[in-house]
Each structure stands twice: as C-alpha cells, then as structure tokens.
Design a binder for this molecule. Structure first.
Ligand code: APR
Ligand code: ZN
Length: 361
C-alpha cells in the first residue's frame, strides 16, 4: 500500500511551489522508505523550479535531509528500520571504473530508487537530485542513506547531505588543505562558510574570506576566517596576495560559480597553488585565460563534485566532530520553517538573508 503524505511540488517552470498529496510506494529491492525529519532549502531546489536543471516536471523538491528509516526492501542489509540517517545524492554502486580503481567518491554510476513516487492521480514525480525530501516520507535507494549518531539534531545533520558537505569537502578532500597552509574562499554562502570551517579543522592558519556582502563576511569570521575582504570595494587578488606575504594563497576555493570569481581564484593562488571550483556555473558561462599563465603559474585546477565526499566515510566523521563541539553545524541553520514556507524561503535565499532555512517535517 503506498503511503499518502504531503510534499512540496514544482508543477511548471517558474511557478510558485505548492504542497500536495503524494503517494510513496513501499520499498522494493535495494530501496529504503525514510520518514523525513528535516530538509534544508538549497539553490538547486530553486534551479529545478526555474527549469534550470531539466524539463521533467513535476518535481518533488528537497534533497538536504535527515530522517529515520521506516522500512527497507527485501535485500537491504546496510541500513535497517529505526536507523537515523542522512540522505546523499551520490550513492556509490561499487563496480564502475572509478570505483574499481579505488576512487569511489567519483562513482560514475550512482543510483536512486527504482520505483516512482506519484501525485494522487498517478502522475510520476521527478525527485530533486533523486531524493525529494520536502515530504513527510520519501523513497530512496538504500545506498542513499548513511547511518549517523542519532544524538545529532536532524535540522543540522541534514545539511551535510548537500551544501555543507560540498564546501567542507572542497577544502578538505579536493583541496587537501593541511596544517599551516594559507587558504582563501571566494563566496561565503553556506558552501563557502563550510569550506572555511573545513580549512580551520584541517589546520590552515591563514583563512581569507572574500564576499561582496558584509553580512556574509561577519558569518565567515565567526566560522573561522582570520581575514576578510569585501571584493565589492577591494581588488581581492591584490588583497589576498598582501595577506600572504605577496605570494598568494596555497589553496583558493571558488564558491560562487561565476567566470570573474574563477579568474580571481586563479590569480590569487601562489605559484604551484591549487584552485578548487565548487561553485556551479551555468552552461553559457565561459572564461578566457592566457595559455602562458595556465602553464607558468603551475599547480592544480580542480573541480569538486559534492565535495568529493564518500558519505559512508565523511557523514559519520562530521557528525562526530559536531557532537564533540568542534564543528558548529547549528550555525548553518538560520531558521526552521514549515512545509508550506518553501516559497518564502526561496525569497529569503535570493535576498541573501539566510545560510539555510530548514523545513521541519
Ligand atoms: N564575488 C564574491 N562573492 C560573491 C559574488 C562575487 N562576484 N557574487 C556573489 N557572491 C557571494 C554572495 O554574496 C553569497 O554570499 O557568494 C555567496 C553565494 O552564496 P549562496 O548564494 O548562499 O550559495 P551557496 O549555497 O553557498 O552555494 C554557492 O556553490 O554548490 C554551489 O550551486 C552552488 O553555485 C553555488 C555555490
Ligand atoms: Zn543542494
């Protein structure tokens, strides 16, 4: 018997989202039914609503979530009913060429639930990032559930499922930041601030936050930035060089997703430094750089997919750091809201008023 619950639906491009009754099937082989407790509002949900991802409307939005497993399919052993889990949108399958060569965080064959959730009239839903968690229950692949310590607050824990993991991982996994290094983070929204927190935990001693919004720079300082640069007023490349003995930072993280900030990140690196791009650009964006600079400045230009995370390795570790008071996940929760408030949360996000609004279910 499918479960009848309420979910946040984007029916058509650009139209406000609505709360509707949806039908969630019982889990089949390889699947898990999850009672969602909390789900953060992310830019990607808004991109779906605006038709910026694909045209497969209607979408069931929400993908930054934590909850409790209600039931699992017949062959599932990794998680069980009652487990407190964080949902991930890159369930590693273990057999693709990336997994076989020992780099499962790149898994090229990640998977989602096979059965479809539907509207009450049977219309199939496309769940955002294969999750769809602005709903009291959702159906995912069992591999999308990572069990963590249930003492964590769901509204904080769920944020690891997307933006916070992306930023933290960009610093720690992709940037491989180490003790004593200098880093700069361009763009201090939820993703950039998580990169700052990651840099601090990894032992960076110079942590430069760059943003055009002074409110974001204040948050960055409270999360561990040692210096701030308002790039609406100051040339950030010059400022970062000045703060690093004239050299540039060892690692620069681009957390905006725009050509001009990518260029800033490129030139704000020390020679042989690393650029990590975690901000997601749109398809029409291009950049032009002198080829001699690409060669002459050396180092590494990397992109970070989902923080190059391995949920089974990284989620429990970050929850442990959180519970020990060493990683302030609560600081990312700007407000908790109801299931009917997602549209208003999109507005607040657009105005830059929040790191994350989190829906409690
Ligand atoms: N220079 C510096 N900072 C900028 C600029 C700019 N030209 N333009 C915007 N910003 C800042 C904003 O002021 C904001 O603080 O970048 C930040 C972006 O933060 P959010 O909008 O909250 O987005 P976030 O959730 O952090 O995601 C950032 O990472 O994973 C990707 O898709 C995500 O592309 C997005 C990026
Ligand atoms: Zn997201």
């Amino acid at each position: 018997m499918p479960h009848e619950v309420q979910g946040v639906i984007a029916r058509a491009k650009g139209e406000p989202v609505s709360v509707e009754t949806i039908l969630v099937p019982d889990p089949g082989p390889g699947e898990a039914l999850v009672q969602v407790q909390a789900c953060g509002v992310c830019h990607t949900d808004l991109h779906y609503r605006e038709g910026g991802i694909n045209d497969e409307f209607p979408f069931l939005l929400g993908h930054e979530a934590a909850g409790v497993v209600e039931a699992v399919g017949p062959d599932v052993s990794a998680v069980a009913a009652g487990d407190f889990v964080i949902l991930n949108w890159r369930a590693v399958e273990g057999h693709c060429r990336a997994c076989r060569r020992g780099e499962p965080w790149y898994c090229f064959d990640t998977h989602n639930a096979t059965q479809k959730m539907t509207l009450a009239d049977g219309t199939e839903l496309s769940p955002a990032l294969g999750i769809g968690a602005f709903a009291e229950k959702t159906l995912v692949a069992a591999g999308q559930c990572t069990k963590v310590d249930k003492r964590a607050r769901p509204e904080a824990a769920g944020l690891l499922g997307c933006g916070v993991m992306a930023g933290f991982g960009a610093a720690v996994n992709t940037g491989e930041i180490g003790r004593g290094q200098s880093i700069a983070v361009i763009g201090c929204g939820g993703v950039g601030v998580a990169a700052i927190a990651g840099g601090r935990i990894a032992g960076a001693t110079t942590i430069i936050a760059v943003d055009i919004d002074p409110r974001k720079l204040a948050t960055a300082t409270s999360m561990g930035a040692t210096h701030t640069v308002n790039s609406a007023e100051t040339d950030p490349v010059e400022a970062i060089r000045e703060l690093t003995g004239g050299n540039g930072a060892d690692v620069v993280i681009e957390a905006v997703g725009r050509p001009e900030t990518y260029k800033q990140a490129f030139y704000a690196r020390d020679l042989a430094g690393t650029l990590v791009q975690v901000g997601v650009p749109t398809p029409e964006m291009t950049i032009e750089l002198p080829l001699i600079d690409l060669f002459g400045r050396g180092g590494a230009l990397k992109s970070s997919w989902y923080g190059d995370c391995l949920p089974s390795r990284d989620f429990p570790m970050l929850i442990d750091l959180y519970l020990q008071g060493r990683f302030d996940l609560d600081a990312f929760v700007s407000e908790t809201i109801g299931i009917g408030d997602v549209e208003a949360a999109f507005e607040k996000m657009h105005r830059g008023e929040v790191l994350r609004s989190v829906v409690l279910l």
